[in-house]
Design a protein around this ligand. Structure first.
Ligand SMILES: [Zn+2]
Ligand SMILES: [Zn+2]
Length: 311
């Protein structure tokens, strides 16, 4: 929709390029949950180096997910970073990730609690069909149709940053769990999971579909099996999504929807996720597990465990 976004490659590929990075996800999450806007505050909250932060913020601005806005600091004009409209819509994606963690990663104490301000209850996001209103929607209630342009090889985009060392990202209660980072923290991983949702099961099929180097593919498949997201290969060499992997479907559906709305021309949807029972393309919405109304960015907040987020 704008000229400054790279237009080569698929919308989903461009979205993965913009988001599939551990630090980027954490920077965005702090911006949403703690309303972090200033360079020094991210450094304090995340403990990352200034050069790493500067590089990620530069990419976020280039992808039109953040914009620099001036503010007055005791008479000196400085700049802070504000989420753009397209980034604000990612609140659904981050809520879906949080919801998956609550359901699928056991034994977390002191995790932040999501409160729905409309009904006042602690809530879990439930995926619904935005057209017919039915919920919950799982992957099994949908079908995926690829458009003519939907070649996953187009997702094979170069990495801008080296994979961050796992020990480098913070381990407080607000940060994503290591398992989430295995899935979303690098764009190859996310592309492999997307291919799995489209029914790809065999090593050679992943390789052909994604144009991925065999060594990287082996490594990521091994990590997914260890994380319990894919089953160990069957005697036919098939990797299947486990229940835990299937539970990631809301994140996948929201990512595909968001990517195609913001990075595709109107006519060129590469992938349609259809709600089988109503026959419409699934306009994914997140609903409150307690009252059933839609969870929107301005109607939820996190109750954070005390003492964790000094900054
Ligand atoms: Zn429907
Ligand atoms: Zn509610």
């Amino acid at each position: 929709m704008t000229a400054t976004i790279p237009t080569n490659g698929s919308a989903i590929g461009i979205a993965l390029l913009a988001l599939g990075d551990r630090w980027t996800l954490l920077i965005l999450q702090r911006a949403f949950v703690l309303r972090t806007r200033r360079f020094g505050d991210w450094v304090a909250q995340l403990g990352l180096s200034e050069s790493t932060l500067a590089a990620r913020l530069r990419d976020l601005v280039a992808a039109e997910l953040m914009e620099r806005v001036p503010y007055d600091d005791n008479g000196r004009t400085r700049e802070e970073y504000k989420l753009t409209p397209r980034a604000l819509e990612l609140s659904s994606l981050l809520l879906a990730i949080w919801g998956w963690e609550q359901v699928s990663v056991p034994g977390v104490e002191g995790a932040p609690v999501l409160i729905h301000d409309v009904c006042g209850h602690a809530t879990l996001p439930v995926l619904g069909c935005g057209v017919c209103g039915v919920s919950p929607i799982t992957a099994r209630e949908t079908s995926a149709e690829r458009g003519a342009e939907a070649e996953f090889t187009k997702i094979a985009v170069p990495r801008l940053h080296r994979r961050a060392a796992e020990s480098g990202t913070p381990a407080d209660a607000l940060s994503y769990y290591p398992e989430t980072m295995e899935i979303l923290g690098d764009r190859w991983s996310t592309a492999i999971l997307a291919a799995a949702f489209l029914g790809i099961r065999r090593f050679n099929a992943f390789k052909a579909e994604l144009g991925i180097a065999p060594s990287i593919l082996s490594d990521r498949l091994r990590r997914f099996v260890a994380a319990g997201v894919l089953s160990a290969p069957s005697s036919e060499g098939e990797y299947r999504l486990t229940t835990k992997g299937m539970n990631f479907f809301p994140v996948f559906a929201i990512l595909v929807d968001w990517a195609q709305r913001w990075y595709s021309p109107e006519s060129a949807h590469e992938l349609t996720i259809r709600h089988t029972s109503c026959g419409s393309p699934l306009g994914p919405v997140l609903l409150c597990s307690e009252c059933g109304t839609e969870l929107v960015r301005t109607s939820v907040h996190f109750d954070l465990p005390a003492g964790h987020f000094g900054g």
